[in-house]
Design a protein around this ligand. Structure first.
Ligand SMILES: NC(=O)c1ccc[n+]([C@@H]2O[C@H](COP(=O)([O-])OP(=O)(O)OC[C@H]3O[C@@H](n4cnc5c(N)ncnc54)[C@H](O)[C@@H]3O)[C@@H](O)[C@H]2O)c1
Length: 309
């Protein structure tokens, strides 16, 4: 397997580090537009191999896409991150051009690659990559739900004082502070609904904290977070390269599922060697469906901005 990560910034480098440590690829390419950055980080990571005991060949590249040729999976993290007080949506003007250009360059050298889009606003960037590439929809996958669901499990585990590994909890909808929908009704603690152990007030707080999980970190750190986003991207790479058939919430193109069409949004999908292989479409209750529709309206109006750029 060959994997490329575009963008050797905070998220891209962390994602690459996770991919290397887990030996998800024989060859891993890290590419960035900043001269020397990807080469430097790739070499630094290669020097951890002897200490950590992994056997992944890591190659850095300053915009030389020939080095990415024949990649099976490509993670696109290139683009501006948000600063405190900014929404993900405010990044569209700059990031749309970057994601479009990167997608075109990648596919010239790796026409069969599966693309994982991380750059924000992620649902719209996934929609853009799908339109710009013209490749089958199963090969264009946005990373948002994997991260948001991990944050949801983190806040639940802190409230329940339990291991996050014992929790199942998903966040669907758009990947935005006001558009994501943590489905607490379906969250379980080793198959027992968590709602049995949490007051209404606690549940509301966990949902609210999850929704602003990214903004909370941006405020604390001064830029967008990277450990969990990088690990979330790598977990999707793992599900694909190991053909795990894992159920992970990802932003994918909907064709009537959850009542929406012509849009990329977060829904639970099976990830395997072909990309996303199946959407787990199930009935939401009236309140959840209304929230999903409202979230779709917001994502759609962001997609409309693409036409003006
Ligand atoms: N989907 C998610 O859940 C999620 C989570 C965190 C961050 N993000 C997004 O991921 C992106 C990266 O965040 P970050 O914190 O790593 O930012 P960063 O600034 O640390 O890294 C971005 C890198 O992209 C590079 N870059 C810019 N244009 C490029 C191009 N045309 N080709 C190649 N490389 C290019 C930059 O040189 C930089 O090194 C941001 O858009 C951020 O909002 C998404």
């Amino acid at each position: 397997m060959k994997v490329t990560v575009v963008g050797a910034g905070a998220v891209g480098a962390t994602c690459a580090d996770n991919i290397a440590r887990k030996e998800l690829a024989e060859e891993l390419v890290l590419l960035d537009i900043k001269e020397g950055l990807a080469e430097g980080k790739a070499l630094d990571m290669m020097q951890t191999a002897a200490l950590l005991g992994f056997d992944t060949k890591i190659i850095g590249s300053s915009s030389d896409y020939a080095k990415t040729a024949g990649s099976d999976v490509v993670v696109i993290t290139s683009g501006l991150p948000r600063k405190p007080g900014m929404t993900r949506e405010e990044l569209i003007g700059t990031n749309a051009g970057i994601v479009r250009g990167v997608t075109e360059n990648i596919l010239k050298h790796s026409p069969n690659a599966i693309l994982i889009i991380v750059s924000n606003p992620m649902d719209t960037m996934t929609y853009l990559a799908l339109q710009a590439s013209g490749i089958p929809k199963e090969r264009v996958i946005g990373m948002g739900g994997a991260l948001d669901s991990a944050r949801f499990r983190c806040y639940l585990s802190m409230a329940l004082n339990c291991s996050p590994a014992d929790l199942n909890a998903v966040v669907v909808g758009g990947h935005g502070d006001t558009t994501m929908i943590p489905l607490i009704r379906f969250a379980t603690w080793n198959s027992v609904p968590v709602t049995k152990f949490l007051s209404e007030e606690q549940q509301k707080k966990i949902v609210a904290d999850t929704m602003v999980g990214g903004a909370t970190l941006t405020k604390l750190i001064g830029t967008s977070a990277w450990y969990a986003p990088g690990a979330a991207g790598a977990s999707m790479v793992e599900a694909i390269v190991r053909d795990e058939k894992k159920l992970i919430t990802c932003s994918v193109s909907l064709n009537g599922e959850f009542g929406q069409k012509d849009i990329c949004m977060g829904v639970p999908v099976i990830l395997g060697k072909k990309g996303w292989e199946k959407i787990l479409d199930f009935s939401l209750n009236q309140e959840e469906q209304a929230a999903f529709n409202k979230s779709a309206d917001a994502v759609r109006s962001m997609n409309d901005v693409l036409k003006t750029l």
